[in-house]
Every structure is written in C-alpha cells, then in structure tokens.
Design a protein around this ligand. Structure first.
Ligand code: NDP
Length: 341
C-alpha cells in the first residue's frame, strides 16, 4: 500500500462503460473507503483523444490515482473494418492519460489491456510474459498494438521516473451496461441482445460463426473488484491477467446455451449451417474453409493462465458463469430502453 498524504482521489477514465459502471457499483457496495473520492469520467466530459481536453480534465480533478479504462472498443467485425481508427484513437488516448498522470504526480495508474494483445501464434496457456513475442491476430492488430504500447509506456515510466504504473489484462468481459450492439459489439452482449429480440418477436435465434471458438468470460463485477484490489495492493509494473481458470473456458456454444437459459428462450436456435455437431475440439479442425461461414470465429482460442492472479488471490471467488449471464439478461430486459445497442 502507498504512503500518501491523504485519502485517494481516483479518476476512472471510461467510467461510463461496462467496466466503469461495475467499478462504480462495487465502490458503492463496500469496496470504497471512508474519505476517498471516486470520479467516473465519460467522453462527454473530455474527449481523451485530445491532449488539451485530457490536460483540462486532470487540471480540474487533480487525481492521486487513475484507473484507465477509456478506449475505442468494438467487437471482431468492427475491428476488422477499422484497424487504423482503433490504432490511432487508442494510442492517443493512452499516451494522453499516462503522460498527464505522470505530469500531475499521480501515484498509481492501473490501465486496462486485453488478451487480444497476445501473439496469434503462441503456446497455451498464455501468460503475462508473452505479450511482445510475436504479431497479434490479423483481425484486430490496430487495437492490439495500441494496447501493447501501454505496457511499453509503463515500463519506460518506471525506468525513467520510478513510477509504478501497471495494467490488468482481462479476458472477455460481460455484464450490465455493456454495449449490446449486435453488428459491432462483442460476442456475449451480441448474443444477449439477439436472444432478447428472438424471444420478444417469437423468431428463431441465429448465431454467427461456428460456435466452436473458446473463450474465458469474466463478469464485469468480478473484474471491478480486481481493479480495486490492483489499485490498492498490486505493486508490480508487469501486467497481470484477470481471468477465470483454464478449466472454466467456454465455447461460444456454451455461451449461447447460458443465454438461452438466462432468458428461458424456448424457440429454435440456428447456428451451425453445415451440420457441425458438438462438442467440438478445436484441434480436430483441419480444414477451416470446410466450416467457414460468412461470419468469422476470430481466434479459435486464446486460453490464458490465471496462475499469477491465483498466487496473489488464492481465495478470490468468481461469480458462477450462468448466474452472471442470467443477471446480464435480466439487466437488459429491465433496461432495454436505456441500454446501448
Ligand atoms: P465500453 O465500450 O463499455 O466503455 C468504453 C468507455 O470508454 C466509455 O466510458 C467511453 O465513454 C470511454 N471512451 C471511449 N472513447 C473515449 C474518448 N475518446 N474519450 C474519452 N472516453 C472515451 O468498454 P468496456 O467497459 O468494455 O472497456 C473498458 C476497457 O476494457 C477498455 O480499455 C477495453 O479495451 C478493455 N477490454 C474490454 C473487453 C470486453 O470484453 N469488453 C475485453 C478486454 C479488454 P462514453 O461512453 O461516455 O463515450
């Protein structure tokens, strides 16, 4: 824990997003401490792509600590179309936030990376030491390289100024307040939204890709608790993966099942156009084109190790997957009008 003059004043960039809202919730529900101030930023208050606006917002709030979540974020399909925008916006946002943190004497920054940063060709499970070992997947290299540069910035900042700025690497996040946009969103919120609509309209549910891709999903509220922990306790500059265990990896098909159960959806699920049956092991995939659909699966798997996290927090309890999915489905149903979609 840091030696400080007074209680923390924490600036959370991206405070209006999926993870930001979850941090707001856990701070309210007991993770916050007496005298602390938590400021949740939205892009409406400052466009962090702009150096001037970033400076102004640091000037205004004078944070002692920063949780840096703000990013241009999108699902697979949007990434594939807009690598240049993802690269430029994110590299500017990250440099602005980290540089202003240093200039304004912020004691600690915990930024948010993504398992997309890891090399496409890799051994499994992936761990924290492997980030720079090879090119990321072609689908989202703009976003991935911009995220990797946060790690470069953190290391150099420690070397030059002794500042312990660090980063968390979450796997696929989901929860209330997600962006439920179907075309440009992530797999889980897209599924939740499509299932909601299929149920409401009494239509079949159509799922993109083959369903075989494997992912580790983390509930935004669990991740939020890990961010608060990292801000208070984690003192390495090297990043740390925030993930459920390797044994809790789910196929996209498992996710579909959980969402169908979450909504009590009774309609037909159309998902595997070439009659591929489950369970399906990615290793048995010899000829991808054989199963190709117009909708890519993205990386077939990216199994990450949570051994480092477990070394620090052996008793941390993740919300059971189905329970967290149901809560997300319930949230969308109750907040459909205000949800981002
Ligand atoms: P959301 O899309 O829910 O939220 C993004 C946040 O960033 C919003 O608060 C948004 O503000 C803010 N933001 C975007 N652009 C700007 C900008 N130019 N200036 C200021 N603020 C901006 O994203 P998540 O909560 O899902 O993502 C949080 C972090 O987690 C990101 O760094 C993301 O890369 C990372 N991540 C996400 C994963 C996921 O599965 N969702 C997986 C792995 C990592 P506003 O809404 O007000 O415009």
């Amino acid at each position: 824990t840091e030696v400080m003059d007074g209680p923390m004043r924490v600036l959370v960039t991206g405070g209006s997003g999926l993870v930001g809202r979850a941090i707001e919730r856990v701070v309210k529900e007991g993770e916050g401490r007496e005298g602390e101030e938590w400021i949740f930023l939205s892009s409406k208050e400052a466009n962090l792509v702009s150096a001037e606006e970033t400076r102004a917002v640091f000037q205004k709030h004078r944070p002692t600590h920063v949780i840096h979540l703000a990013a241009m974020v999108g699902g697979l399909y949007r990434n594939m179309r807009q690598n240049l925008d993802f690269w430029r916006d994110n590299v500017h946002i990250n440099d602005n936030v980290l540089h202003m943190s240093q200039e304004f004497g912020v004691v600690k920054v915990v930024s948010c990376l993504s398992t997309c940063v890891f090399p496409d060709k890799t051994t499994y499970p992936i761990d924290e030491t492997m980030m720079h070992n090879g090119a990321p997947h072609v689908s989202n290299y703009g976003y991935a390289y911009a995220k990797r540069m946060i790690d470069v910035h953190n290391r150099a900042c420690f070397q030059q100024y002794g500042l312990r700025y660090t980063a968390i690497i979450p796997t696929n996040i989901f929860g209330p307040h997600d962006n439920f946009n179907i075309e440009d969103g992530h797999v889980m919120p897209g599924l939740v939204h499509k299932t909601y609509l299929a149920k409401k309209e009494g239509k079949p549910l159509e799922v993109w890709g083959s369903g075989r891709a494997l992912r580790q999903f983390i509930f935004s509220v669990d991740l939020a608790r890990l961010f608060v922990w990292a801000l208070r306790e984690y003192n390495e500059v090297e990043p740390i993966i925030a993930s459920v265990g390797e044994e809790e990896e789910q196929s996209v098909k498992d996710a579909v099942d959980a969402v169908v159960e979450g909504f009590g959806f009774k309609g037909e699920v159309i998902s595997f156009p070439f009659g591929v049956n489950y369970p399906f092991h990615p290793q048995t995939l010899t000829n991808r084109s054989q199963y190709d659909t117009s909708r890519s699966d993205g990386q077939i798997k990216k199994t990450a190790s949570n051994a480092k996290l477990r070394k620090y927090l052996p008793d941390f309890k993740f919300t059971p997957f189905k329970e967290a999915v149901k809560e997300t489905c319930d949230w969308l149903a109750a907040n459909y009008d205000i949800a981002r979609k």
